[in-house]
Write a protein that binds this ligand. Structure first.
Ligand code: CP
Length: 291
């Protein structure tokens, strides 16, 4: 693996290799890199988890993290992303993690650039490191994927997490169902009510309502959304015994999920964040060793 751009580029074997390596890191195994690599994180959209988690993972495997402040980079003066990344390559960077609002921004970096590109989220496109940590979380819980029922509920049109996870989970033999208001289903066939979805779900994966990607004049009621599509106490009580709740976060409390359920027994929301560091260590080590 030379880059991580989209879950569509990974085989099931690639996914399982990352999961197994993440498990080894979680068990305390040390990284196997022969030297220290230079890495920069270029986040052109806001992030708490992905940026900090990558930085922690980079430090944990012995990389040097070179600060890069997108608000004070020469892209503000009109420099292209290609010229920026090429410049970082010539300075000595081995890998860059990039989050940008343009879908498939990475396509312009695939020719002429010899730095590993790790996609930290491309607009409404893909979020492969989030998907891999979600898969790791599910695998830790159930020990396999085949035959699981996963319901993905929320703002599917705007969700790169939904797209990445749908691709990967289906390929791994998971029965994936979508739930959302009819105008948010995007390319997927979706249910518009919880009827028949709750009682047999092994995983309910909630998605954030991405207000920043909605039209300003879009009529939205937080209470109405929560009532129809959110994880309420009544719905949580109807889930089967060992089923879990996930959410990539940040969470809109009392919108996608009742605030009092964010840390309930079946919630893995903060566990996902913890798992993300091990998975990102595995991603970075795999890519840097392969170069
Ligand atoms: N899940 C996720 O991508 O969170 P951040 O936007 O905080 O990185």
């Amino acid at each position: 693996m030379r880059n991580l751009l989209s879950m569509e580029h990974l085989t099931n074997d690639d996914v399982m290799m990352i999961i197994e390596r993440a498990a080894q890191f979680e068990a305390g195994e040390l990284p196997a890199l022969a030297k220290s690599y230079q890495v920069a994180n270029l986040f052109f959209e806001p992030s708490t988890r992905t940026k900090t988690s990558f930085e922690m993972a980079e430090r944990n495997i012995g990389c040097t993290v070179i600060p890069f402040d997108t608000d004070f980079s020469s892209m503000i003066k009109g420099e292209t992303l290609y010229d920026t990344v090429k410049t970082l390559q010539m300075i000595g960077m081995d890998a860059v993690v990039i989050r940008a609002k343009e879908e498939e921004y990475y396509k312009e970096l695939l020719t002429g650039i010899d730095v590993a590109i790790i996609n930290g989220g491309d607009g409404t496109g893909q979020h492969p490191s989030q998907s891999l940590l979600d898969l790791y979380t599910i695998y830790k819980e159930f020990g396999s994927f085949e035959g699981l029922n996963v319901t993905i509920a929320g703002d599917i049109t705007h969700s790169r997490v939904a797209k990445s996870n749908a691709t990967a989970l289906k390929r791994l033999g998971v029965n994936v169902r979508f739930l959302c208001p009819s105008e948010w289903s995007g390319e997927f066939e979706a249910h518009h009510s919880w009827d028949g979805l709750l009682e047999d779900s092994d995983v309910v994966m909630l998605l954030r309502v991405q207000h920043e990607r909605h039209c300003a004049d879009e009529c939205f009621s937080k209470e109405g959304y929560h009532e129809q599509y959110g994880m309420t106490f009544e719905r949580e009580a109807r889930m089967k015994k060992n089923a879990i709740i996930m959410h990539p976060a940040p969470v809109n409390r009392d919108v996608e999920i009742a605030s009092g359920l964010v840390e309930c027994e079946r919630s893995r929301i903060f566990e996902q964040v913890r798992n993300g560091v091990f998975v990102r260590m595995a991603i970075l080590e795999t890519i840097l060793k392969g170069r």
